[in-house]
Design a protein around this ligand. Structure first.
Ligand code: PRP
Ligand code: URA
Length: 210
């Protein structure tokens, strides 16, 4: 396993992931849980953001204080399931801009096809956090990172809820410079490239389409 892979063991994250896995969890609950886990993950993912010191005038005196000092942030959810992670992240980093990449897995080849891309105009100057609940074969994630790199973005993180070993291997092999953050690393993929035990189809469960 690459040392650029981070699995969050925070009890609240683990508890909520277990609820997400439950097939009896309703669409409403599923959406709320993805939102909550994303917020908690935002806290961990931003842990290494650089700070700079500035002077702040308090009502009493001048305080030498720390504020965020690195690149501005952008969130890029992979459509459609990545959308479920945006609001939770924005609650902690409301100044982030949001771009979108639309990818679907070809049912025959299971390779990702890009059908939409709209990014902030200054995205090359931003640190980009890609969001997608599921890292299965890694095809979608790897393609999304490649698309962003082609557009001049050099600072990229990938955040998912559940990863399969196959996906982690592919993403870290194709893009060793991109840290991968997940809440759970599962056992394997099944014959249909779904994560086992996973949580099923994240997009369908988020939007109630099945
Ligand atoms: C799911 C998921 C990822 C992709 C992961 O999306 O949200 O984008 O599959 O699989 P991979 O690692 O094998 O590429 P899906 O293609 O089902 O589209 P959806 O979000 O529109 O449901
Ligand atoms: N996409 C999903 O939504 N779930 C999986 O298990 C694999 C890909």
């Amino acid at each position: 396993m690459s040392d650029n892979v981070f699995i969050f063991d925070h009890p609240l994250i683990q508890h909520k992931i277990s609820l997400l896995r439950d097939k009896l969890t309703t669409t409403k609950e599923f959406r709320e849980l993805v939102n909550e886990v994303s917020l908690l993950m935002a806290y961990e993912v931003t842990r290494s953001l650089p700070l700079k010191e500035i002077d702040i005038e308090t009502p009493i005196a001048v305080a030498r204080s720390k504020v965020l000092g690195g690149k501005k942030l952008a969130l890029v959810p992979i459509l459609r399931a990545g959308l479920g992670m945006v609001d939770g992240m924005l609650q902690l980093i409301p100044m982030a801009k949001v771009g979108h990449i639309g990818l679907y897995r070809d049912p025959e080849t299971r390779e990702p096809i890009e059908y939409y891309c709209k990014l902030p105009t200054d995205c090359a100057d931003r640190e980009v956090i890609i969001l997608d609940p599921m890292l299965a074969t890694g095809g979608s994630a790897s393609a999304a990172v490649s698309f962003l790199k082609q557009r001049g973005i050099t600072s990229i993180k990938f955040v998912c809820l559940i990863a399969a070993p196959e996906g982690v291997k592919r993403l870290t092999h194709d893009h060793p410079d991109v840290p991968v953050f997940c809440a759970a690393l599962d056992e394997k993929l099944n014959d249909h490239a779904y994560i086992v035990p996973g949580l099923g189809d994240a997009g369908d469960r988020l939007f109630g389409t099945k």
